[in-house]
Structures are given as structure tokens and as C-alpha cells.
Design a protein around this ligand. Sequence first.
Ligand code: ADP
Ligand code: MG
Length: 406
Amino acid sequence: MSELLPAWDDAAAVDRARALFTATFDGEPDGVWAAPGRVNLIGEHTDYNGGLCLPIALPHRTVVALRARTDGLVRLVSAQEDGLRELRLADVGPAGTPDAVEGWPAYVVGVAWALEREGLLDGGGFDVAVDSCVPYGAGLSSSAALECAVAVALDDVAAAGLAADDAGRARLAAACVRAENEVAGAPTGGMDQAAALRCAPGQALLLDCRDGATEQVPFDLAAVGLELLVIDTRAEHQLADGQYAARRTSCEDAARRLGVGTLREVTDLDAALAALDDAEQRRRVRHVVTEIARVEEFVATLRSGELRGDLLRAAAALVDASHTSLRDDYEVSAPELDVAVEAARAAGAHGARMTGGGFGGSAIALVDAGTAPAVAEAVRAAFAERGFTEPAFLLAVPSAPASRLA
Ligand code: ADP
Ligand code: MG
């Protein structure tokens, strides 16, 4: 049987971050905060098109122990990265400029930089120790987990109170998006940060990326004898590279040609497709428009009753259709993702799809409770047969958003 990657409980998370902090810096942190990774149930590559997506927060979190400073200096250490880094907040500049921040500290100081620019915080600097059980670069949004843990920590030590309600959390999320886009230089949409800051336990977050509006959608799989297996394919996944940007540019260009602000506003798909002359661009548009419709249908299915029988089959079919669309129309799947999805289905999954940006990363499979280890084993065997890197597995239980732990 393949093992499922455990999530840390609060005590373990606090101990790890605090121990790294005290071993690196003199004295104790002001506190310890955490933010979750996420998986998106359905609605992929819709966020930057003003569309809908439906993430849940993972029990797997990134934890930061942080202490405010008054001298504008930032010192950073991460259990996942080598060495102590040190820089001045005043020297931080956007990606692509001579003041750009190299490597992982961009995700941390980018948040302080963005909060300052939004007028939400005065950057006094800080010491921070980071640890995480969210797999890196697995499409589970370790980057947003890091940003959002730092955001709630800075909010708290400055007593700004933004994390106290959803409106404030939306502002923190916006600052984290700026950090990722402008300082780390990854042109991602807003789903990851909204999930890490605005999800709720036992719920999926229906996020309308047109205006940032959210609704909680009950998603209690255990109550209906199901569970959600996440398969981290460990395949190469470079979101900051040209592929993601190319998809985004193609969508923005299509919207311009169609005379709409974003592809969300396309109401007649056939007319839109007829108005575009590039076959590849037509496929991109078809994915986005049908994917947004699938999110609406999936949510309607969840809300119309218990996920059993016909409703379960309907929800699973939407999950499967999402994968097909991402593979064939949006062309962001990878051999590892396709094999993971097919092997999971063959082993009894009701439905399965790639999740996250694609080009590697993770897939999800909706399976009967208790069968996740066996489905995982079938996927592991299929990977071994093809000589792929061994995948990792975890269970996605809808969990809590970013918060203070100690
Ligand atoms: P994903 O968000 O899907 O995991 P990304 O490429 O968007 O993948 O983000 C991964 C990057 O985020 C890492 O390469 C690193 O720079 C940064 N990061 C994430 N978690 C940590 C951590 N625990 N410590 C240091 N850096 C981290
Ligand atoms: Mg990311």
C-alpha cells in the first residue's frame, strides 16, 4: 500500500517553526502563524479570465515563526531551503528590475512590499523562520501558503486587524497576489491566495474571480462515504515559465478580439468560436468557457442533495470532463497527469482530473472512503511501469484558512 503524506497538527507545526526560529535567531518569535495549501476541485485556468473556481484548503500548511524588527531589515530562514538570507525592505524592487529579489525570499518580502504599497502596513522589517508540509511546486500552492502565512503574521504583529473578517482577508489576499505577480514574477491569478485566506473547514470556496466574491459550498465527503485523493506526480512544473503566460496572453487576446473585458463575458460559445480564426485560440476559449459552466453545474450538483447515486455520477462526470478539456483544448496536461488520472479511474475512482496550473503537478481522484491507499498503490504501479518518478499522495480534507497558532 502506498503511504499518504500526513499533515502536521497545530502542536507539531508550532514546535517546528519555533525551534527553527530559536536555533537561527536570538530569542523567541512574537508568534507562530500558518496558512494552508489548496486543491481546486474544478475550474482550472479560469481565475485570470474572470471566471469561477472551487478550491478547498488542505490540512497541509506552511508555518512561520516571526518577530517584528524596527530597522527595516528582513532575515529569513526556511527548513526547505539552504542558508540564512538577509535583505533590506527598502531595497526590494519588482521582478525584472535591478532590485529584484532572488529566489524564495521574494514570496516573503513581496508580501511586506505589497502591504506597504497598499498603505496597509509600515514596513519595519522582521525575522522569520519557515517550515512546511505542503509539497513544493506540486500544484498545491506552496507559494500562496507561504505568502498568506506571512500576511497574517505581519497583519497581526502590526495589529492591523485585517485577518479578523473576510473583507480584510480579501485585502490581504490581494496583497499576496501582488507579491507573487510583481515581486516573485509569477503571473498567477487570485485563486491560491483566496483559498489560503478565505476557505472554511468542511466547505469548498466558490470564488468568482470577476469581483472576488465568494460563497461557501458544503463539501463533506466523509458524510457520504467518499474521500479525495491527491496525487503529486512529482513531474516538472514551472508555473513562472512561458507556458502559463502564453495561455494567459492567448485568452486576453481572444477577449480583445471578441470585444469583451474577459472570457467570462462570453455568453454564446458557438458565436465566439465562429468569430475567431486561429484554431489553437478557439480551443483555449472553448476550455475556459466550458470550464466555467462546469463549475456552475458542479456547485449546483453539490447543493441539490447528497453526493450519492446519480448526483455522484454527475459530479464525477464533470471532474472527468474538466480533465479532458485541460488535456485536449487547453493543452496543459502532462503524461504523468494523464497516467495518474487513468490509473485512478481504473482502480475505482469515480472521477479524476489534473488540478492546478498543469505541466506536471497534481491530480485529484474522488474515491470511496478507505480505498485511497489502494488507488494510490495502483497509480504508483502505473508510474513504475512507465519509469516515471515515484508519485506522492495525500488526502484532501477541507480545512481551516490562515490563522495564528501560537
Ligand atoms: P506551488 O505553489 O505549486 O507549490 P510554485 O512554483 O508556485 O509552486 O511555488 C514554489 C516556490 O515557492 C518554491 O520554489 C519557493 O521559492 C517558494 N516556497 C514555497 N514554500 C516554501 C517554503 N516552505 N520555504 C521557502 N520557500 C518556499
Ligand atoms: Mg504557486
